[in-house]
Design a binder for this molecule. Structure first.
Ligand SMILES: *Cc1c(COP(=O)(O)O)cnc(C)c1O
Length: 486
């Protein structure tokens, strides 16, 4: 039997099937999920949804046909520029996510440098190890060499010295985060800015997650380091709206200090037989929904609304951080600048703790060891989590007692002993199957219930090895299987 029904189903039947598919999704409405969903409260969320559908069908491909979307885009950019201390020269565009904004910034940097320094054949971008994976993706897509540099071992902020030392005649772009996703700390953007100016380099501030909230934290009296256009060397900033501006997903902005830089982001094509292409962003045809909804939510919540959200989140973050610092088996990796933090333990497996918390309805995120950042639990604290802070800490403490007797590190050590010396370039599907066996997973289809063993194995292996395994895993996972019927 073919998969596509020969006759269309009824509206009710379709909706029923869709609901059934939702059964295994995490219940983000519970307030027990730290990450993934940014819920501004019922009213703002409903407005976002309504406006999203209202402009769903409009195509942002062509602003001459749909000038409404250009209006939303330019106004959103202007609002963000104001928010981030930009002057009248600052320009920017809407993209459908932080990754896309970063991709665009790196592309603009590449092509700006190509135009001015054609002698640079192998352009390099210097990345503190805490910079978001999206820069590695951009480098991978755009043919840029990543030059990784270590960060401060205590604060996890970028260190200026290693960045300075990494500058070569091929360097085109420096990057700092405000804040970094993993540890929630703002890099020394002012010092990086001085360095960029001195060497005539571009500097991108990745404020994807912080650009919207940090100015509010600052207004609430937090000592937030300068990170925006008030820093002379900063040439571009990415800021997501679909994170802490609480707009529906598919909404981010990329801002440039001036039009001269932004010009290199734009793509036009007349080398074909169809319509004239002129694209500000990566996608061509795209829905007007995300930008219209973003415009609506920003206007609906307003400055005082965001300040209030920030106040509550700040309070919740401080309470959680204090609750972690107080527990003798936990260690806060560093004091964060944002409502995001990471913590770890030296006495038990954080991966088991994550599974245990998950089994009673909490979602907290694992992060693997990388360079001087050991395996940890990351929390992105949200508006919807605020009233659950006490319950969270209580359950966390309880779960810690449960996982303390569980294995801690043995599996990782076994994996290291067996595979630690294998050259990641020689990996095959057999290695993959062997590791699944060690993790106690039968066959290779479906998602496992418990993640601790998998995380432990990944954690023990070098990054390149992990990437091989993840690609192998996903390549096997994303296949339709007939038996899986609903
Ligand atoms: C979330 C995030 C990104 C990537 O954004 P997406 O919208 O998930 O593509 C980039 N940088 C930082 C610091 C982030 O937190």
């Amino acid at each position: 039997m073919a998969l596509m029904p020969s006759k269309g189903l009824s509206r009710e039947a379709v909706l029923k099937k869709l609901e059934a598919h939702r059964a295994d999704d995490i219940d983000w409405r519970s307030g027990r999920v730290f990450g993934y969903v940014f819920d501004p409260g019922h009213e703002a969320m409903e407005l976002g949804k309504e406006v999203y559908s209202m402009f769903l069908t409009e195509n942002a491909l062509d602003f001459s046909v749909f000038p409404s979307v250009m209006h939303f885009e330019t106004e959103l950019v202007a609002m963000a520029a104001e928010h981030l201390n930009g002057d009248g020269e600052v320009v920017g565009n809407f993209s459908n996510g932080g990754t896309e904004s970063i991709l665009l910034a790196v592309k603009a940097a590449r092509d700006y440098s190509r135009a001015r320094r054609p002698e640079v054949k192998e352009p390099e971008m210097i990345l503190p190890i805490t910079a978001h994976a999206a820069f590695h993706k951009a480098a991978h897509y755009l043919g840029i060499k990543v030059v990784p540099v270590p960060v401060n071992a205590k604060t996890f902020r970028a260190d200026v010295d290693p960045v300075r030392k990494a500058i070569t005649s091929n360097t085109i772009l420096l990057v700092g985060s405000a804040p970094s996703y993993a540890h929630g700390v703002v890099d020394p953007i002012r010092e990086l800015g001085e360095l960029a100016l001195k060497h005539d380099l571009l500097l991108h501030t990745d404020a994807c997650v912080g650009g919207f909230m940090l100015p509010y934290f600052k207004r609430l009296g937090e000592p937030i380091p300068d990170f925006d256009f008030s820093v002379p060397g900063v040439t571009s900033i990415s800021v997501d709206l679909h994170k802490y501006a609480y707009t529906p997903k598919g909404a981010s902005l990329i801002l440039y200090r001036n039009k001269d830089l932004r010009k290199h982001q734009i793509f036009a094509c007349s080398h074909w037989t169809g319509y004239t292409i002129i694209n500000n962003a990566v996608l061509s045809s795209r829905s007007g929904g995300p930008m219209a909804a973003a415009w609506a939510v920003l206007n609906f919540i307003g400055d005082d609304g965001y300040l209030e959200i920030a106040r509550k989140k700040l309070e919740a973050t401080k309470k959680i951080a204090a609750g972690i610092e107080k527990h003798k088996d936990l260690r806060l990796m560093t004091r964060p600048d944002m409502c995001m933090l990471s913590f770890t333990s030296d006495t038990f497996s954080v991966f088991h703790l994550i599974d245990e918390m998950n089994s009673i309805g909490w979602y907290i995120q694992p992060a693997l060891t990388y360079e001087n950042s050991q395996q940890n639990i990351h929390l992105s604290i949200n508006y919807s989590n605020v009233e659950w802070v006490d319950a969270f800490l209580e359950d966390l403490y309880k779960c810690i007692e449960k996982v303390k007797p569980m294995p801690f590190g043995e599996l990782g050590a076994a994996v290291k002993a067996e595979l630690g010396n294998v050259d990641p370039d020689t990996l095959t599907e057999e290695t993959f199957t062997q590791l699944l066996g060690m993790a106690g997973i039968e066959g290779s289809s479906g998602l496992p219930e418990k993640m601790a063993e998998i995380n432990e194995i990944l954690n023990a292996l070098p990054a390149k090895f992990r990437e091989f395994l993840l690609i192998e895993f996903i390549n096997n996972l994303f296949r339709y299987e007939k038996k899986e019927k609903r």
